[in-house]
Write a protein that binds this ligand. Structure first.
Ligand code: EPS
Length: 375
């Protein structure tokens, strides 16, 4: 079983993560982790902070001569903007942020003590963990990518081809990680307009995973259902308000005959489906088909346009002051969603195939694929 913890504040010294349960003998290239960290820093609509930070990982433990040894892996990412002790106290909570509720709960009269940890900066640590999980997934021929399907009110044309390598080619060079270049141009304009108005924008992203064998997760108990674990993890990403799998919320609008993916069989090919409306899950287990997750992000809550709030010290209403912030971070949320998805799938793989060494896992994986093929 895999587990991890993160620590660190947005303007603290660094972010750290401890990842426990990774099998031994996995080659870890720090460059691979840094590649993911860099992807998270990109995307049209980000603010001044991303010009300051150049996220890079230090592996502090758990890796010897480039390979995991089964012990906890400690990862550190330094903050260039390490200024937490110099920054002024904050008494003006932003609607939509953790500010007010966190201050009430932890009895903090300087909201900075809340917002520093609530900040989405923490996701750099999660992306580092996800990058290690991804390296494990690669051993088992599992690949994944995210792409943006909506910013504000603008929708991209639905993607028909779910091949991850082809989708990656389409979105990786794009400023919004969007496969529909005409829609992307409109999204960029919308972000510019929101920026000019001192406002912010949310959006929707999709994560597509391919190569996952059938039977990860389990129907037998609520806390072993992989779709539920994934939904919880994705929902825990800052600013995410809804998560869908496959047809998602549309399942409540159609008849069963229009929804369920019918089952076919061919000798040599085995069991297969012609549709993927379940999003890759039945009974909380992977079906073996592509996993499609749709994640909805609210507009960021740090905006220059005044929203009504009350100073916690004076109890007087105030009008927000100008603050450095992103306008939109939907592409970054996609990279973070990939990371938490990679972690959950890697965790389910270690549960199914054993998590002590890569060799042991590989043997069990190959035998299981044979079992499924012969079934
Ligand atoms: C964030 C506010 C901004 C973002 C930050 C998340 O930071 P700052 O207050 O320093 O300008 O840039 O995101 C990151 C630092 C990051 O690495 O993603 C917030 O309030 O959540």
């Amino acid at each position: 079983m895999l587990r991890y913890l993160t620590a660190g504040e947005s303007h603290g010294k660094c972010l750290v993560a401890i990842l426990e349960g990774m099998p031994a003998n996995l080659s870890i290239d720090p460059g691979r982790i840094n590649h993911e960290l860099k992807r998270r820093q990109q995307g049209y609509g980000r603010g001044g902070r991303m010009m300051i930070e150049q996220d890079a990982v230090q592996i502090l433990s758990g890796v010897r001569r480039g390979k995991t040894i089964g012990s906890p892996i400690a990862l550190e990412i330094a903050n260039r903007d390490f200024s937490i002790d110099q920054l002024p106290a904050v008494t003006r909570p932003r609607p939509g942020h953790a500010d007010l509720t966190g201050a009430l709960k932890y009895d903090q009269h300087d909201v900075r003590s809340i917002l520093e940890r609530a900040s989405a900066r923490e996701t750099a640590a999660r992306v580092a963990v996800g990058a290690v999980a991804r390296i494990l997934l690669e051993q088992f021929e599992i690949d994944l990518v995210s792409h943006v399907v909506r910013v504000g009110g603008i929708d991209a044309a639905p993607v028909q081809d779910l091949d991850v390598a082809r989708l990656r080619k389409k979105v990786e060079g794009s400023v919004l990680r969007c496969a529909d270049s005409a829609a992307e141009k409109k999204m960029v304009k919308l972000i510019d307009a929101a920026k000019a108005a001192g406002d912010t924008l949310g959006g929707t992203l999709e994560v597509v995973v391919q190569g996952v064998p059938p039977g990860l997760g389990s129907h037998v108990h609520y806390d072993r259902k992989l779709d539920a674990r994934l939904a919880g993890s994705l929902m825990s990403i800052q600013a995410i308000k809804a998560v869908e799998m496959g047809e998602g919320v549309r399942v409540s609008q159609v008849r069963g005959s229009e929804l369920h993916d019918q089952i076919f069989y061919e000798k040599g090919k085995g069991f297969y489906r012609k549709t993927g409306r379940a999003g890759g899950f039945e009974g909380g287990m992977t079906t073996g088909g592509p996993i499609v997750l749709r994640v909805h992000m609210k507009p960021l809550s740090t905006l220059r346009r005044p929203l009504k709030s009350v100073d916690i010290k004076t109890k007087q209403p105030f009008v927000a002051t100008v603050e450095r912030s992103d306008v939109s971070a939907v592409p970054a949320a996609g990279v973070i969603a990939e990371a938490v998805t990679a972690f959950e799938i890697a965790n389910a793989l270690t549960e199914k195939f054993g998590g002590d060494s890569v060799g042991e896992m590989t043997r069990n994986w190959k035998q299981y694929l044979q079992q499924v093929k012969k079934f």
